[in-house]
Design a protein around this ligand. Structure first.
Ligand SMILES: [Zn+2]
Length: 161
């Protein structure tokens, strides 16, 4: 519709004085029919079947890929376990290696290890000596799919404030 300030007679929603009552009633009915038809149009956000339940995605448990078999490693109470029953790989949360440097096997650490094979840990503290340091911990696996950790220090030494 051209926006010239005029509307067509069909869009006028009142009685037109020079028409008969009958004609005005017919026009009113026609306008009502038109409005009803418009509201029957499908709404873009309608039409969903709400009776269908949406299951919570189990992928939220997945922390990464098993370095032994490539299956998914999932977050469980005591460890990050490989989902493959034939595989023994696990990153235990109660972890002596990490405890010795006053660190924990958190989900973030596990994710980093599974993604990069290494994780940088700042502010480690040796339980034995009390020394604090930053280091990298590298993850490898032995032939029995057991996780092995090794501390690695950056080659260059940076003076930290
Ligand atoms: Zn595995």
């Amino acid at each position: 519709m051209a926006d010239d300030g005029w509307i067509s007679a069909d869009d006028y929603d009142g009685d037109i004085p020079f028409l008969s009552d009958e004609e005005n009633r017919m026009r009113a009915l026609a306008r009502q029919a038109k409005a009803d038809a418009a509201s029957d149009d499908e709404l873009p956000f309608g039409g969903f079947d709400n009776s269908e339940k949406i299951e919570a995605p189990v992928t939220s448990d997945v922390v990464g890929e098993c370095p032994c078999c490539g299956s998914q490693v999932v977050d469980r109470e005591k460890a990050f376990f490989c989902n493959n029953y034939d595989c023994n790989f696990a990153l235990w949360k109660n972890n002596k290696f990490f405890q010795a440097i006053s660190k924990e096997m958190t989900r973030d650490v596990a994710e980093e290890l599974l993604t990069c094979g290494t994780v940088r840990l700042d502010g480690c503290k040796s339980v034995k000596t009390g020394n604090t340091f930053n280091c990298y911990v590298d993850l490898t696996v032995d032939e029995e799919e057991r996780a092995q950790f090794a501390i690695r220090f950056p080659k260059k030494k940076y003076r930290r404030q």
